[in-house]
Design a protein around this ligand. Structure first.
Ligand code: A2P
Length: 334
């Protein structure tokens, strides 16, 4: 493996911090690591492999002699630097939604469509966190049995809205327990001990953007223009792991529960947690900090027993839903 010079844009954010830790854990072959953020963070120190690394302000010169740039600072920042990154001969791996649906930008989950990464033109997009976590549970079964339709309901953590949202949830929870007033600034509705429809933009068809992303991105990743998805995405007061209820309807007969369990258990990045006897199934607390997505509640859909099954998945939004998947993409390039 050849060593690469890597830059992380958004290094001080919730995903950025995880980029650094995942690169350490996966022994990513780094010749030089550049940590970039906004002007506010310039001079801050973060550790990489036990050494202090000083955060720099991102500028147009930041990408000279950089091979791979991992971006997680939001769509406007990714858009702003995309051409400069490409002109520097550097490959951008972008966690934002800025380029995901562009035809010449691969959208990659390395366990599912790694070969797509070869067709990049300077940018590879990391899919939306809910899409990644859903497909980690769906794909092992989909690969063998054609799926016609997915009904998805998500229970999404605060981390998807960044570090400030996690901090707001912590403070709002404390205030609620102490009977003190609390003014939400990041989330649009009271978050502690509550839940609400996903805070992404509401569209004309009555779906929100997050829900439509799961549909469009799935078709692109699977190269399947026939699969249908209807999603309901909800924010729940959980810090960092998303949970998702999935109903899969098949074109032909549905596979047996045993077959699904075996396919899932043999898939890299998935851990089956399906203990009916002890009523123990995937939980966001157990998925937090884990690289694997936990899948359980594997059962026939009694309303359509010949054709459909149900699953429940929990995955760490900051890891497989973001940083881990992006670093795995970067590893495809070395
Ligand atoms: P900073 O900490 O300096 O504001 P999160 O997703 O957790 O909200 O984090 C967002 C990340 O994006 C942070 O690292 C933040 O840096 C970074 N960021 C925000 N604005 C800019 C900018 N103009 N240029 C580069 N990075 C930015």
């Amino acid at each position: 493996m050849s060593e690469k010079s890597v830059a992380i844009v958004g290094a001080t954010g919730a995903v950025g911090i995880e980029f650094i830790q995942v690169m350490e854990k996966l022994n990513f072959p780094v010749s030089k690591l550049k940590l970039l953020a906004s002007k506010r963070s310039a001079g801050k120190k973060l550790k990489f492999r036990g050494e202090d690394c000083i955060v720099e302000e991102t500028s147009h010169d930041s990408f000279k002699n950089v091979d791979i740039a991992l971006f997680s600072a939001g769509s406007p920042i990714s858009r702003h630097y995309a051409d400069i990154v490409k002109e520097s001969g550097c490959v951008m791996i972008d966690n934002s939604s800025a380029f995901r649906m562009e035809p010449d930008v691969p959208l990659v989950i390395p366990e599912i469509n790694p070969e797509d990464a070869n067709n990049h033109h300077g940018i590879i997009s990391n899919p939306n966190c809910s899409t990644i976590i859903m497909l980690m549970a769906v794909y092992p079964i989909y690969k063998k049995y054609r799926v016609k339709r997915i009904v998805l309901s998500t229970y999404q953590a605060a981390s998807g809205a960044g570090w400030e949202a996690m901090e707001e949830l912590r403070k709002a929870s404390l205030a609620h327990l102490n009977n003190e007033p609390f003014e939400q600034k990041i989330m649009p509705h009271p978050y502690a001990f509550n839940l609400f429809s996903h805070n992404s933009k509401m569209l004309e068809n009555g779906y929100n953007e997050e829900e439509m992303k799961t549909f469009k991105e799935t078709r692109k990743i699977l190269h399947d223009s026939t699969i249908n998805i209807t999603a309901t995405c909800v924010r729940v007061p959980v810090f960092r792991a998303h949970s998702e209820s999935i109903n899969l309807e098949f074109v032909e007969m549905a596979p047996s529960v045993e077959e699904c369990r075996t396919l899932l258990a043999n898939f890299p990045g998935v851990q089956v947690v399906d203990d009916r006897q002890n009523n123990t199934f995937p939980m966001p607390l157990d998925a937090s900090g884990k690289y694997e997505c936990l899948v359980g509640r594997i059962r026939k859909d009694e309303s359509l027993p010949e054709k459909a099954i149900n699953l429940f998945v929990c995955g760490d939004q900051l890891l497989k839903g973001a940083a881990l998947n992006a670093v795995q993409i970067a590893l495809l390039l070395v």
